[in-house]
Write a protein that binds this ligand. Structure first.
Ligand SMILES: NC(=O)c1ccc[n+]([C@@H]2O[C@H](COP(=O)([O-])OP(=O)(O)OC[C@H]3O[C@@H](n4cnc5c(N)ncnc54)[C@H](O)[C@@H]3O)[C@@H](O)[C@H]2O)c1
Length: 97
């Protein structure tokens, strides 16, 4: 399954990514703008751990900026989206398949 996680460098998003990549049938795409609400260093550390896995791919994208969506054009046939960013203030799962 191809899964898109927003807020992937965050507290919940990074934990969720780690769980999902344990299943090698999953391909996990993480998106985060790496905001400075708290330590960026901590977020980068989380991404280093995630990037060690072949079935994880990170995109530094600010979802408020439309130009960034071009980067997402590569991501086709996503099965699930988990949004974990504060601007949306919710944790939601949308099954697109
Ligand atoms: N941590 C908790 O205990 C808890 C409990 C209930 C609800 N929540 C909610 O769950 C969500 C995630 O919580 P968290 O603790 O992981 O927060 P977090 O701040 O650790 O993670 C959120 C991530 O979203 C990224 N982000 C913010 N705006 C973005 C944008 N425009 N584009 C791309 N990335 C963006 C940030 O850089 C950050 O890394 C939040 O909405 C929070 O309110 C958290």
């Amino acid at each position: 399954m191809k899964i898109l996680i927003t807020g992937a460098a965050g507290f919940i998003g990074s934990r969720l990514c780690l769980e999902l990549i344990k299943n090698h049938n999953n391909k996990v795409y993480g998106i985060d703008k790496l905001d400075s609400y708290y330590s960026k260093k901590l977020k980068k550390k989380r991404l280093i751990e995630l990037n060690r896995k072949k079935n994880f791919k990170f995109f530094k994208i600010d979802l408020k900026n439309n130009k960034n969506f071009k980067k997402l054009e590569k991501l086709k046939n996503i099965d699930k989206i988990k949004k974990l960013i504060k601007i949306l203030s919710l944790v939601i799962s949308i099954n697109l398949s």
